[in-house]
Design a protein around this ligand. Structure first.
Ligand code: G6P
Length: 498
């Protein structure tokens, strides 16, 4: 991707949002996509006809159509690790052998869940899922979003190596009625294996016989799980070519499938599959992930925005920003192109966010009047997730729409402290309800948007070497202690008496 692509786009005269709306009465319709019971409204972004044409040209130069097909056909899209990225095959959209493999492994998972339901592991009430990063964030989001009313088991997810998290999770669990799902693609992750060992100790300490026999491994490295002590019959493997942060669709989704039931899990997959089909077959100008990525790139590259903010106006989706932080920042926070050249422009902005309306009373001041322009994304549901007075939900929706309007229109005042400049961009995703199929589609939308961003930036979104150095230094500190590091680090190690 030559650098002048952004220069070409930057050369297009900037128009403000008010002008865009005044000059194009069809703007809302043009920039609205309806797909999978989600309405995507991009009309409050600065995308206009000229910018859309420029991004269309940039996408052609970046071979986006070919890149899109490569993703679905199982071609190598992760060149530094020499492999495909086969998460879409988990929902039936991929190369035939991978789709077959995914189906077979999902059937294995279903078999184990049915056996547990039938009592094969005794009287089970609690599922303690232990994993971190991509092996935790997806299940955490889904259980929190969809398992509030209907969970068949009490599912808790523990990630942090700080065992205060484990202590909190097991506080109200009966160790005799608990199964432990150890989720790790590599089955080498320190935090996960340490927490898993402590969970086994917790069960043993309570007199559980054969505590090891209550462990299920969710992994792409079954040999490592066997080595660690899990019996082959309790290992749910998945395809190595599914990246950690794209793995909730396969056996990493075990707590979702067992907690919400198989039908809900299938709805989740089908929701994602429908979004796959939309992304794969729609023209770019009406393609939700593509339009979202174009707007992302306009703000990150042309407007030099360093962050983007996501606010879920729905308590059920409060963990969505956390999930997106890994998806977007671990995928696209890179300094080199896919072929290893230094990246001559910005990579992904920082993703951050929170839950509305809480965030309005905490951070929105800066969004409205700060010197940084921050593209905002609102996600809100037409249907409430509770039976209280409908006034709650109306207030939630009203506030969500009011914030987008206020950011865009602003309000002039001679008093600087009371002036709202306006022209601040946002997009709104209005979902019919927070159901497994909508959440599946929503997550697939974000996955594809992240991929489109990467393709136009010319970077590889599927590796994450940036996380390795810190792990190596931690291992060295654990092994060697306070020697051979910089003076500050050595002083800290000594002070903490490590
Ligand atoms: O699933 P695991 O192999 O245990 O890996 C868990 C996580 O740790 C790593 O550090 C990566 O940054 C993540 O992408 C990954 O999801």
């Amino acid at each position: 991707m030559p650098q002048n692509i952004w220069n070409d786009i930057a050369a297009i005269p900037a128009r403000n949002l008010a002008q865009n709306f005044a000059e194009d009465t069809g703007r809302v319709e043009k920039l609205t996509v309806r797909q999978s019971n989600i309405l995507f409204d991009f009309s409050k972004t600065h995308l206009d006809d000229a910018l859309m044409a420029a991004f269309e040209a940039a996408s052609a130069k970046a071979n986006l159509s070919e890149a899109r097909e490569k993703l679905f056909s199982g071609s190598i899209v992760n060149p530094t690790e020499g492999r495909a990225a086969e998460h879409t095959a988990e929902r039936g959209n991929g190369a035939a052998p991978q789709v077959e493999m995914a189906k077979a492994l999902q059937a294995r998972m279903r078999g184990l869940i049915e056996a547990i339901d039938a009592g094969a592991m005794g009287d089970v009430k609690h599922v303690l899922h232990i994993g971190i990063g991509g092996s935790a964030l997806g299940p955490k989001l889904l259980i929190d979003a969809l398992g509030r009313e209907d969970s068949r088991y009490d599912v808790k997810i523990v990630s942090n190596v700080d065992a205060a998290a484990l202590a909190e999770a097991v506080k109200y669990m009966d160790p005799h009625k608990t199964i432990v799902a150890v989720a790790s693609k590599t089955f080498t992750t320190t935090e996960t294996l340490m927490n898993a060992a402590s969970a086994i100790e917790w069960m043993k300490g309570a007199g559980v016989e054969d505590a090891e026999g209550r462990v299920i491994a969710l992994t792409a490295s079954p040999d490592k799980a066997i080595e660690w002590g899990v019996d082959e019959s309790r290992i749910l493997p998945f395809n190595e070519a599914v990246g950690g942060r794209y793995s909730l669709w396969c056996s990493i989704g075990f707590p979702v499938a067992i907690g919400l039931g198989w039908a809900a899990y299938e709805e989740l997959l089908e929701g994602a599959a429908a979004m796959d089909r939309h992304f794969r077959t729609s023209e770019f100008a009406v393609n939700a992930p593509v339009l979202a990525a174009w707007a992302d790139l306009y703000y990150a590259q042309v407007k030099q925005c360093q962050t983007r903010a996501v606010f879920a106006y729905d308590e059920r989706l409060r963990l969505l920003p956390d999930y997106l932080q890994q998806l977007e920042m671990e995928s696209n926070g890179k300094s080199v192109t896919a072929s290893g050249e230094p990246l001559p422009y910005n990579s992904a902005p920082v993703t951050w966010g929170g839950v509305g309306t809480d965030a309005q009373h905490a951070v929105f001041q800066l969004l409205h009047q700060g010197t940084h322009i921050i593209p905002v994304e609102f996600i809100v549901s037409k249907t409430p997730g509770h039976d209280f007075d409908p006034a709650h939900h109306e207030t939630l929706l009203i506030n969500c729409f009011a914030q987008g309007a206020a950011l865009m229109t602003g309000r002039k005042s001679d008093d600087g402290a009371r002036n709202y400049a306006g022209d601040r961009p946002s997009s709104t995703l209005l979902v019919d309800d927070v159901t497994p199929s909508v959440v599946g589609a929503l997550i697939a939308f974000y996955e594809h948007r992240t991929y489109v961003n990467a393709v136009l930036l010319g970077i590889n979104p599927f590796d994450q070497y940036g996380v390795e150095l810190g792990k190596e230094i931690a291992k060295a500190i654990a092994q060697v202690g306070p020697s051979g590091f910089d003076p500050s680090t050595m002083a800290l190690i000594a002070e903490a008496e490590l």
